[in-house]
Ligand binder design. Structure first.
Ligand code: GDP
Length: 195
C-alpha cells in the first residue's frame, strides 16, 4: 500500500470525554498500535508512515497517557496507544491500556478494527504482551503481531522468538520489521493496511 496522505487528527487522554467525536461512525478502517514501552512503536509508526516525529517517542513525551490519532489516505485511522510495562506502575499502565482499548472496541463495535501489537524480536514476547494479547484475543479482536528490531537478532534468536509466538499467540499473523533498516517495509504496509 502506498502512503499518499497523512494527517494528524487529535491526541486524547481522557477516553470517556475527549473521545466522543470518534463515536461517530466514519467508516474508516482503524489500526490500534499497542506495545510495551521502548519496543520501538513510535519508531515503527514514523518509519512506516514515512514522517519523522509523527509519533512521539515515549522517552521524549514523558509519562502522559495519550492516544495519538492519524488519518492515512483518508481511508484509515491509526491510533497510537500509550506504551505499557514500565517497571514501576506497570500494573496500572496495563490496566489503563486495557480499559482504553476495551472502551474503544465497545464504542466501535461495528467498525473494521485491527490491533497491531509490536513485540521486540530480540527480547521475545513478555508476560505483559501475553496478558494483553490473551485479553484482546478473548474478545475476538483481529490481531497482527510485528516483531520489531530484527536487525538486532541472529537467525537463531529469531527462530526462538518465532517459536514463542507460535506457541503463546496461536493462529495469529506475525511479521518481521526493522526500523533501523526499514527492512520488510513494503510487506509490512500491505499486511497492516489489509482488511
Ligand atoms: P517506544 O517507546 O515503543 O515508542 O519506542 P521508541 O520508538 O522510542 O524506540 C525505543 C528505542 O529503540 C530507541 O532507541 C529506538 O531508536 C530503538 N529502536 C526502535 N526500533 C528499532 C529497530 O528496529 N532496530 C533497532 N536496532 N533499534 C530500534
Amino acid at each position: 500500500m502506498e502512503i499518499k496522505e497523512i494527517k494528524f487528527l487529535q491526541s486524547v487522554s481522557d477516553i470517556q470525554t475527549e473521545y466522543s467525536p470518534l463515536k461517530n461512525i466514519n467508516n474508516k478502517f482503524k489500526m490500534l498500535f499497542v506495545g510495551r514501552s521502548n519496543v520501538g512503536k513510535s519508531s515503527l509508526i514514523n518509519s512506516l508512515l514515512g514522517k519523522k516525529d509523527l509519533a512521539f517517542s515515549s522517552s521524549k513525551a514523558g509519562k502522559t497517557k495519550k492516544i495519538n490519532i492519524f488519518s492515512v489516505n483518508s481511508t484509515f485511522e491509526c491510533l497510537d496507544f500509550p506504551g505499557y510495562g514500565y517497571a514501576r506502575g506497570s500494573k496500572e499502565d496495563r490496566l489503563i491500556l486495557r480499559d482504553m482499548i476495551l472502551d474503544y472496541l465497545a464504542k466501535n463495535i461495528n467498525e473494521k478494527i485491527k490491533i497491531v501489537m509490536v513485540v521486540d524480536a530480540l527480547v521475545g514476547p513478555t508476560p505483559l504482551d501475553q496478558e494483553i494479547f490473551d485479553y484482546l484475543n478473548g474478545k475476538g479482536a483481529n490481531i497482527l503481531i510485528i516483531l520489531n528490531k530484527v536487525d538486532k537478532t541472529t537467525q537463531k534468536i529469531l527462530e526462538i522468538t518465532k517459536n514463542k509466538i507460535e506457541i503463546g499467540f496461536p493462529q495469529t499473523s506475525y511479521i518481521y520489521y526493522s526500523c533501523k533498516t526499514n527492512k520488510y517495509k513494503d510487506f509490512a504496509l500491505n499486511e497492516i493496511f489489509k482488511f
